[in-house]
Write a protein that binds this ligand. Sequence first.
Ligand code: ADP
Ligand code: ZN
Ligand code: ZN
Length: 803
Amino acid sequence: MSFARVIVDVPTMQTDRGFDYLIPLQWKGLVKPGMRVVVPFGPRKVQGFVVSIHEETEAKKIKSIDQLLDPAPILNDELLKVGEWLTETTLCYKITAFQAMLPAALKAKYKKEIIVSEGKDKEVPSEILRIFEQRRALPWEDVSGSSLFSKIQKEIVKGTLEVLYVVNQKTKKRTVKQIKPSVSKEDIKSYIETLTNRAKKQKQILSFFYERYEPVLLKDLLAKIEGTPSTVQALVKKGLLTEEEIEVYRDPYENRSFQKTQALPLTAEQEKAITPILSSIEKNEHQVFLMYGVTGSGKTEVYLQSIEQVLKNGKEAIVLVPEISLTPQMVHRFKSRFGSKVAVLHSGLSTGEKYDEWRKIYRKEVQLVVGARSAIFAPFQNIGIIIIDEEHESSYKQEENPRYHAKDVAIFRAKEHGCPVVLGSATPTLESFARAQKGVYTLLPLRERVNNRPLPSVEICDMREELRNGNRSMFSTHLLEKLTERLEKGEQSVLFLNKRGYSSFVMCRDCGYVMQCPHCDISLTYHRSEQKMKCHYCGYETNMPRHCPECDSDYIRFFGTGTQRVEEELTKVLPEARVIRMDVDTTNRKGAHEALLKKFGNKEADILLGTQMIAKGLDFPDVTLVGVLAADTSLRIPDFRASEKTFQLLTQVSGRAGRHEKPGEVVIQTYAPEHYSIQLAMEQDFDKFYQKEMIMRKLHAYPPFYYLVLITVSDEEILKVVDVSEKIASFMKSKLSNEAQILGPVASPIPRINDRYRYHCMIKYKRESALFDSLRTVLHHYQKEISQTSLTISIDVNPMMLM
Ligand code: ADP
Ligand code: ZN
Ligand code: ZN
């Protein structure tokens, strides 16, 4: 007898382990680790993942597997290992880890069907082909109970049959009509001879198939013979031709043609950077590289040529880019070099499109995936390189369970595959740069821009000074002059509004009242287009008040600078300028982002105005001026990374100017011109910033000198929160060495969200062997309260956000 150990889809502490189930005789030898099954669990039936197969079990009462959901493993052995490792290092449930690695289509409700793979009908045994009869697809239920099931499964493994997950009506597979001859060539010929001259079109179609005896798309056929579908239908009715639906992938990029690009001859610096990467690829040797290169230094070209080598060796590559810079321009660079070998995964795709892209990877139809964070789980089996562009981006950390960082997953997988990881950035995180300094990572510097184009010149405008001189506008005189100059010369400008840590709030000018969310301790944000006040944490919304609720004054106004306000003011001061505004409001429609960029690229506008969204990845030859409004807002976030974030942001934005022949200029407007992260961003001196910031981090015992764990306790009852967080803090103190520091508990920077109070404690440590076991003990201790009351305890290992 064989038993399968199953991780069931019941995310609680008590059920976070394998349960053994009997494998029914008819599935003996068919059940493999990495397959999903349905098993009885208490009174219910639940889904689960098979993690191992055993000949014996210690379980007393043993039940049988109810259903097999996958004919072949959907998680390979290596990904199962990744799941185990995620569970241990992020303290999440096993089931949560496994599910995080799959596309949403495989988690949602779906219908399953079996089809004959395209062009494989000759290879499928006739007894199986027979059960398809005239049907294109068989429902999975019909198949899994059938006596032919094990044979069908063999065909699926061979690839002649295929399982499809039909997500729902809206995101069904796309199909097109195809026509093929259903009689022999000779029969076609003799039929043509019977046709009279009046049946001219029919004759034409049959002659076409006589010459080219193979299937053709209906639309292509009609185009060729200039006929109508009814002519074709007539021949189908006569039994001479067959019409069928064939599946096509939803390809969000299908309508674009990609001109193939060739590898560029590398510069000396690029050559020096790529050599150790290529050698690591050739030797199948795991190594982490930190490619530290200013914007425009040609990092992407080095990625492309490294990938080329990997693909030549028959292996696969994963490239992560931040969601926000997964722009059409970026995708274009990969698609035009590697064509159809590329899958693209990002959150703009529908569930169905994501599933299609995942399936191309799973079926080894592509060798390269370019995607945002979760693409790190691409089910490749033979990875030759993993590249993480803009490695400093905080979006690589998932802010919900499993709280993984894609960089850690990349390094774990690359070790398993014996391949290099390349981290790239113009402004690496202090953590990565410190590791490179210590030799844990190999530093690959690119100090020059390609063709020695100079970095743009950067100036700082002190906005306090402007105010003193009587300028109340949001543009300094200097910036306005430069914008005007660009308009006259027909060059383009980018205006960047730093909205991080900043929002437009409503304030009473008489009494200073600021409108707060009644459920969260945070001010409401004004949304101009709907004239509503909204809470960005819980979604609460209310109308904009006419009078101050405190003092009844009607001098209540919204405060702050939204992109809409900037746009309005721009049209006042520069009425002749054509402005494109890019923010969440103008880009929420699918494809809008791309359309706006295209417009700007076609020079249908003079100024591109936007938020974070425009800080990265854009590369327009005629942009010669970048203006930054409100550079210091991100300095005010209560987070030890605030300076680092500000420096990174300003450096990134500045890099948008003068990337081509024309030299670029940058104007940074700020109320805190003396701050070192603004000063050093102006000088574009990462090395100095690194040294300065390292001193601050050491002084305050923050990463990279210490590791952090953030424990956040929340509940509706504030006393409960205080009590539990105090107990946790003192328990952790008793378990850890004197070298660890435990701060708090204190109220979180946002002390209440959605009527739930929040307290946290922060553990700073260097080496603590008892840490993870003690954290698990905490979770175990409170498991009952967590599952039965509204208490939650979240543990964030290496947090990126301290809110
Ligand atoms: P980064 O990724 O470091 O910002 P890119 O790879 O985008 O830099 O390179 C900047 C520009 O220089 C791009 O337009 C790119 O096509 C060009 N480029 C890169 N490498 C070379 C090279 N070896 N020769 C000529 N042009 C290059
Ligand atoms: Zn008031
Ligand atoms: Zn709220």
